[in-house]
Design a protein around this ligand. Sequence first.
Ligand code: NCD
Length: 327
Amino acid sequence: MNADNIQIDYQGRLLHFLSLEGLNRRHLMEILDTAESLLGVAERRVKKLPTLHGKTVVNLFFEASTRTRTTFELAAKRLSADVLTLNIATSSAIKGESLLDTLRNIEAMQCDMFIVRHGQSGAAEFIARHVKPHIAVLNAGDGCHSHPTQAMLDVFTIHRHKPDFNNLQVAIVGDILYSRVARSLIQALNILGVTDIRVVAPRTLLPVAVNKLGVKVFHNPHDGLQNVDVIVMLRLQKERMEGALLPSKQEFFQCYGLTEERLALAKPDAIVMHPGPTNRGVEIDSRVADGPQSVILEQVTNGIAVRMAIMSITLGNHARPAVVDNL
Ligand code: NCD
């Protein structure tokens, strides 16, 4: 394990997948190439590979999720793992058990991988630092900090439509301040060599240090969406907002919502993305969300192959105990 970045070992191989920080183009391309090769599994009569046969994967979701939790679960099942999904709302966590105690108990069930979603930034890394060394930890979203598997499924989807990362204009629109999706996606696009990354948002929904993120800042979709290849719309993270940062949802839609008129500012073959859940009439118009340029449901499908790729790469890189090797 590398003390500065616990997700990579001294040979630079991925052991956990906690954030995009410290990763390079080679790490990301390995995930994208592996995901590409796994995409076909869903078309088979038997949608399964033996890669994680005999392994136990635990979904530890301390925060609500539909797409991420279910696609992680399906990804693990398609790799033949045994999967346990812990419903934290009904677990001992609400009875006051600490995160570490919950962890120790699940660890005692001989698990090999934890998929963690938590409202607290840094929770997945905390868990990775405290689990036994044979366990891989994947971050399924921590507070406003990071959502690296979402970023990878986003760049995978972009890559399938627009293969040249060096010649791409991407606009990310909406709540940049509280969005872990935006933070991770911006990092992934930067690593992959995208030079024109735009954020389009009101000042109140931008982080103070936005200029350090390697993006161009626009406060107005009319300027920010001109000629772009990709538009990524974000949900307003109401649950993370303190105080009123916006006059109203209606006003947000009027100023920033993706309508057919605004979409027409982008390249004619631009794609429209959204991590979900979408709030129709708040950040996106139904005609755009369901329209021919929308790849929102493709993102969900691609999420399974991308998560399968990340699971097989990280678990494959973990040193296996000798007894298991001899079996
Ligand atoms: C995102 C999340 O949970 O961060 N959704 C997702 O993972 N599909 C974005 C959001 O909640 O707005």
